[in-house]
Design a protein around this ligand. Sequence first.
Ligand SMILES: Nc1ncnc2c1ncn2[C@@H]1O[C@H](COP(=O)(O)OP(=O)(O)OP(=O)(O)O)[C@@H](O)[C@H]1O
Ligand SMILES: [Mg+2]
Length: 245
Amino acid sequence: MTELLRFANVSAGYGPFRALFDVSFDIQPGEAVALLGANGVGKTTIARVATGLLAPSSGTVTFGGTDLTGAAAHRFARAGVAHAPEGRSVFATLSVEENLRLSFRRSKGRAGVDAAVGQAFELFPALGQRHRQIAGTLSGGQQRMLAMARVIVEEPRLLVADELSLGLAPIIVDEVYRNLDRLRQHGCALLIVEQHVGHAVALCDRAVVLDRGRTTWIGPADQASERLVRNLFQTESPMENSPTE
Ligand SMILES: Nc1ncnc2c1ncn2[C@@H]1O[C@H](COP(=O)(O)OP(=O)(O)OP(=O)(O)O)[C@@H](O)[C@H]1O
Ligand SMILES: [Mg+2]
């Protein structure tokens, strides 16, 4: 089987700073992979490289058999990679519906917008009820749902989710995970970066564990037990300069 996403000896960094060292892993079509590791080990950097936001300094990134090393983010998006970044990713001054229309116009074309908006409101009735509300005034959980609705309706082949549940109430986190599971059932592969290790491990098939920019363990998610992860965390001294988006 051809893997969907493949990192082969990927190194990447920011200016002179090297954040990733020869990272290799793959994601099969429809597979869910959890990316685990302490603060500052390079999880977000992998998410950026996997979505075309950051070009690797060496190594190759292929998606669906096509070499996308160094390609721009829009090429990754067109190939079917969606990115749900850390924090909030909605246009704060636009209404809920305007947010959806804007992104569906890009992804579905003018003719597909109405149907896509209908589908989003069907998936998230709470958004439908608030369709005229300005997105910036939604709760954190509602904003995340808006970002999520956009992604689900666009039917990506791979969703890269970076701390999707950060700062959300537990009940909303459960909702987010139900939707991730729904995405999976539709055949979407997932790369999940998550502080809720338990949630991520329960959802995912495999886990990739990172330590200071290197992969230290790749295996079945159910073996990436809390204990393993805790032990790895204990060998870590968290970086002081937590990145800002
Ligand atoms: N824009 C940037 N400029 C310079 N250094 C950066 C930048 N973004 C991240 N880094 C550094 O790269 C390293 C990896 O950061 P990254 O954000 O990938 O870690 P992470 O595993 O996502 O951490 P966290 O769990 O805190 O989100 C860190 O040392 C970080 O300080
Ligand atoms: Mg991060």
